[in-house]
Design a protein around this ligand. Structure first.
Ligand code: ADP
Length: 272
């Protein structure tokens, strides 16, 4: 439903700006052997732009390619869906990057602990809504990863930022500008995902957050990005970035018209 809110808001803001935006659902689409893309029985052809709201797959690629412009750009979108690529590339003078290693859950537990400390966080590379995020406090927790997910799955094993337990920040950046920020807080889980019951409150955008928004957009080439930060000591620590951030939480927590900012950015691209 988060996706439904975001699509509805973008359509509504586009309409207010005199632009027609259609929602093309991958679940309603058929890509024919001839290369024709049908959605709800209608053929989807070339459009001025496409706003991509789906993570992967050929249907996403073909739908995106219908746009003369894509938001976010296809190459950056695909690269930064992956949490490992985020850790490799993202740097800013205003946040720290946690210590991490990439591995399956087969290497010796002690080797991982030596690299990132204990407890540590195990992250599936394509996790969302906290689904493949685990706090590993013991060898038993570590062994459970292979049982739950199989021994071949790749993980990021990452330093646990204990002072951020149950809390993080979501900063929304549009073309390098910090447009809104909220805190998410969970009372009973180390993960601050709204999908897992965390509550949201507004955070004032300061110069540190403005630097982060500008650095992340410059490094990645993303037009619209949700930047998740942990509360580290002394300052923010990178958690992850989201290339297709939902707007419901951030708009309701802050009252900022983020959908309107995205549509204005697109409109200016076509006017310039
Ligand atoms: P997902 O994309 O599945 O939501 P995240 O990487 O955003 O995965 O992690 C989910 C939540 O887990 C974060 O919002 C944060 O609250 C918590 N978390 C993630 N990494 C760490 C870490 N290194 N230290 C402390 N908490 C973390």
């Amino acid at each position: 439903m988060g996706g439904a809110y975001t699509c509805a808001r973008l359509v509504s803001e586009a309409s207010a700006a005199g632009m027609r935006l259609d929602v093309v659902g991958v679940h309603d689409s058929i890509l024919c052997a001839s290369g024709r893309l049908l959605c709800g029985g209608e053929e989807i052809r070339s459009r001025d732009f496409v706003i991509n709201r789906y993570k992967w797959g050929h249907l996403r690629d073909v739908t995106g390619a219908c746009g003369c412009r894509q938001y976010n750009p296809a190459g950056a979108f695909t690269r930064y869906v992956d949490k490992y690529n985020q850790l490799v590339d993202l740097r800013s003078e205003a946040f720290d990057v946690p210590r991490y290693v990439l591995a399956t859950s087969s290497p010796p537990f002690d080797a991982v602990v030596e690299a990132v400390g204990l407890p540590f966080v195990a992250k599936g590379l394509a996790s969302s809504m906290g689904r493949e995020i685990r706090l590993i406090s013991s060898r038993v927790d570590y062994d459970a990863l292979a049982h739950e997910f199989g021994a071949d799955k790749e993980w990021i094993f990452e330093e646990y930022i204990a002072c951020s337990r149950g809390r993080d920040m979501r900063l929304m950046a549009v073309r390098g500008e910090a447009v809104a920020c909220m805190q998410r807080r969970s009372s009973d889980d180390f993960r601050a995902n709204v999908a897992l019951g965390a509550e949201v409150t507004a955070v004032a955008v300061n110069s540190e957050l403005r630097t982060i928004a500008s650095d992340v957009c410059r490094v990645t080439g993303l037009d619209v990005v949700g930047i998740d930060l942990l509360f580290g000591n002394p300052g923010p620590v990178l958690c992850e970035i989201n290339v297709m951030p939902g707007l419901e939480g951030i708009e309701s927590a802050t009252g900022v018209n983020v959908a309107g900012r995205i549509i204005s950015m697109i409109r200016e691209d076509f006017l310039s």
